[in-house]
Write a protein that binds this ligand. Structure first.
Ligand SMILES: Nc1ncnc2c1ncn2[C@@H]1O[C@H](COP(=O)(O)OP(=O)(O)O)[C@@H](O)[C@H]1O
Ligand SMILES: C=C(OP(=O)(O)O)C(=O)O
Ligand SMILES: [Ca+2]
Ligand SMILES: [Mn+2]
Length: 671
């Protein structure tokens, strides 16, 4: 024990402090300047603590000048409205979103946080009465009509952090400044719980039946779930409302509103959708599409069509989506993606489940692939401009990102291999379901305790070479990514158009654990258009559009295996990311287009004999397998899976005649 000469006790150095505090010398106001300099500031102009606090926050002025009358504006803004009128319209719009369809009156909606509402002020209240043709309200008054629901409108990331940390268990700030959150019991999407309203229009237009992601529900059941979600949201003290955009193509921009119960969901969508400027927000008006996210609340299993307590319901006629019983935030972004897969093809625009980037010379590449195949990882490339990581449109003007952010898998994330994603995990980023050290809040990206499907959602501008606005010219390369757990597909093959279509419609991968509920091990999957969970029309509709666009703009198709080499999952190992990056580099540079090729057995794929920076022996998978017989058997097994899967598509014709269909069937494995 250290001795300090005072019997082991601590003291203030001189004895007289033992019985009291040391004296602090204050300078007398009327003194003769005993201090050498004066660093005192003028005292705060506040009489009370509340006044002091009110000094801390300033309100920024409206970004566009308020025009009280059309005459007052020399520019002739005939429909300019006053700030007060705008606020009123906005309140009414949100009130209409939250109104019950059955009761004559719903709760009063009020802007702002109930916890900080100034009591003296009478809140501006909107109280919408709503009557729906299907229902005649029997009770005119209900307790819910007497209640206030506060809404927090397009809060900033800082405000959302505070809300999450205050109210949502499992919200923490990590050492790099990200907001760590928990998505609850569900840590992946629930495709079996997705329902789409079947009415006369959608019955005729959408893809139904075997292989389709669209499981039907009727309008009445949708309204039952909608009412359940709205009632739940209105039962809360406060809800979050986000008004944002989808699609960077200004001609095809969609206005979306997301009503949710959690700050986590609001921040996620803030990051993932396109963020309006303050000016755009002031003139937002009525949304084109609304999501009601009541994910903490289950659906009622006595409701028709419900097979679990989770339900994700899409009603295209009402332009609404309802989420019950899952808090996985990915449902919202992918739900809106489904909507785009319906709306865009109607306008002759192809919606794509792909990443997209552009070289310094303007060459654009698309990266198709199912979850976990590398769209986000490979489109985020330090040498190229990032247009987007997951959802795009290809129109006559070129490509555009649908989203305003990226959603990266973080399992085993490393600073060395993926520096841009690593650095994007900072203040503002939502980190889902990761594990961190209790004291330092240092994230352990290898930890799968909560789930394999750990995720980071960040605004696209967090990637240093993001291309803003996120649009580009027509693609030059179309890269199909497959994570082949069987380890028999070559690391890279050049495809002709028929092969590109064959593999696009097949949409093969080994689904990597976790993103879809209930999958724990990689397993071979076929998902049409590399995203069957999100398409709304028959796969051949999208395939025909892709073929037409690729032909017209002279794009080359490639199949890249980002999965196993040297054996199947369990005995081989995943192709090293640096090798895949070298292969992608050679595609971008054009050097692979002119390489020497040979054709593989069974799948008939053209494979290069050399790629710069990649050991040549791995380019033909047979070389990497010690057991050649096992290789051949596995190859035939996979070919058989492809063949069985494709049978349902052989009867559909692509485009005007049967030519491409015939070529396409012939482009599959032959054995
Ligand atoms: N050879 C490889 N190519 C691409 N990704 C790889 C490779 N090897 C490992 N990975 C990992 O696989 C995951 C791919 O996920 P991600 O890019 O988010 O897929 P997607 O965006 O298609 O869902 C990342 O965690 C990445 O680090
Ligand atoms: C968010 C998802 O997309 P991805 O894994 O393709 O990034 C998902 O499929 O749930
Ligand atoms: Ca995806
Ligand atoms: Mn992704």
């Amino acid at each position: 024990m250290a001795e300090n000469g005072n019997g082991g006790e601590f003291s203030f150095g001189n004895g007289d402090a033992r019985n009291g505090l040391t004296k602090i010398a204050t300078n007398k106001k009327d003194g003769n300047g005993a201090v050498c300099h004066d660093d005192s500031a003028t005292p705060v102009k506040a009489q009370t603590i509340d006044e002091l606090h009110s000094l801390q926050k300033k309100r920024s002025a409206p970004t566009t000048p308020i025009k009280s009358s059309a005459a007052a504006s020399p520019g002739g803004f005939a429909n300019a409205v006053s700030e007060e009128e705008r606020q009123k319209q906005q309140l009414q719009s949100i009130s209409a979103s939250l109104a019950s369809l059955t009761r004559e009156t719903g709760p009063k909606v009020v802007r702002g946080d109930p916890a900080t509402a100034r009591k003296a002020e009478t809140p501006k209240v909107a109280h919408v009465t709503h009557t729906h043709p299907h229902f005649t309200p029997t009770i005119a008054v209900s307790d819910s009509a007497l209640k206030f629901t506060h809404f927090l409108y397009n809060l900033s990331p800082a405000e959302l952090y505070e809300q999450a940390i205050k109210d949502e268990k499992g919200s923490f700030i990590t050492s790099s400044g990200a907001l760590a959150t928990l998505s609850g019991a569900k840590t992946g999407r629930s495709p079996r719980d997705k329902r789409v309203v079947k009415d006369d229009t959608t019955e005729a237009e959408l893809w139904w039946g075997k292989g389709s992601p669209n499981i039907e529900m009727d309008e009445h059941t949708f309204l039952t779930n909608r009412e359940r979600a709205v009632d739940y949201l209105n039962s809360l003290d406060k809800v979050f409302v986000n008004d944002q955009y989808l699609n960077w193509d200004p001609e095809n921009r969609i206005k979306v509103r997301i009503v949710s119960a959690r700050a986590y969901h609001s921040l996620f969508m803030h990051n993932m959708c396109i963020r309006p400027t303050p000016e755009e927000l002031e003139n937002f008006g009525t949304p084109d599409f609304t999501i009601y996210n009541a994910g903490q609340f289950p659906c009622n299993r006595y409701t028709h069509y419900m097979t679990s307590s989770t339900s994700v319901d899409l009603n295209l006629a009402r332009r609404e989506m309802v989420i019950l019983g899952t808090q996985y935030a990915g449902e919202m972004k992918k739900g809106l993606f489904s909507v785009m897969h319906y709306l865009m093809p109607k306008r002759g625009i192809l919606s794509l489940h792909s990443g997209c980037n552009m070289g310094k010379g303007g060459d654009v590449a698309l990266f198709f692939g199912l979850s976990g195949t590398g769209k986000t990882t490979l489109s985020t490339d330090h040498n190229r401009y990032l247009i987007g990581d997951d959802e795009h449109c290809w129109s006559d003007n070129g490509v555009s990102n649908i989203e305003g952010g990226c959603y990266a898998k973080c399992i085993d994330l490393s600073r060395e291999k993926e520096p841009d994603i690593w650095n994007a995990i900072k203040f503002g980023t939502v980190l889902e379901n990761v594990v961190f050290e209790e004291h330092t809040r240092e994230v352990d990206y290898t930890d799968k305790s909560v789930t394999e499907n750990t995720r980071a959602a960040y605004p696209i501008e967090y990637i240093p070479n993001a291309k803003i606005p996120c649009v580009g010219p027509h693609p030059k390369n179309v890269i199909l990514l497959a994570c082949d757990a069987f380890g028999v597909l070559p690391p890279v093959s050049k495809l002709n158009l028929a092969q590109t279509m064959y593999h696009f419609i097949s949409g093969y991968t080994a689904l990597v654990a976790g993103t879809e509920d209930g999958i724990k091990e990689p397993k071979a999957t076929f998902s049409a258009c590399f995203g069957a969970a999100f398409i709304m029309l028959h796969p051949t509709k999208y395939a025909a559009m892709l073929a037409e666009k690729m032909k017209k703009h002279g794009a080359t198709g490639w199949l890249v295996n980002t999965g196993w080499s040297g054996g199947s999952y369990g005995s081989g190992s995943r192709i090293k990311l640096p090798y895949t990056r070298k292969i992608i580099d050679a595609i971008h540079s054009g050097s692979l287009l002119n390489a020497e090729y040979k054709k593989t057995e069974v799948f008939g794929l053209e494979i290069p004999t050399e790629v710069e920076g990649v050991p040549s022996e791995i380019l033909d998978p047979i070389n990497t397998w010690a057991d050649k017989k096992a290789y051949k058997e596995t190859l035939l097994k996979l070919a058989d899976l492809f063949k069985n899967n494709f049978e349902t598509f052989t009867n559909y014709k692509i485009g005007k005649d049967n030519k491409l269909t015939e070529e396409m069937v012939a482009a599959g494995p032959i054995f």
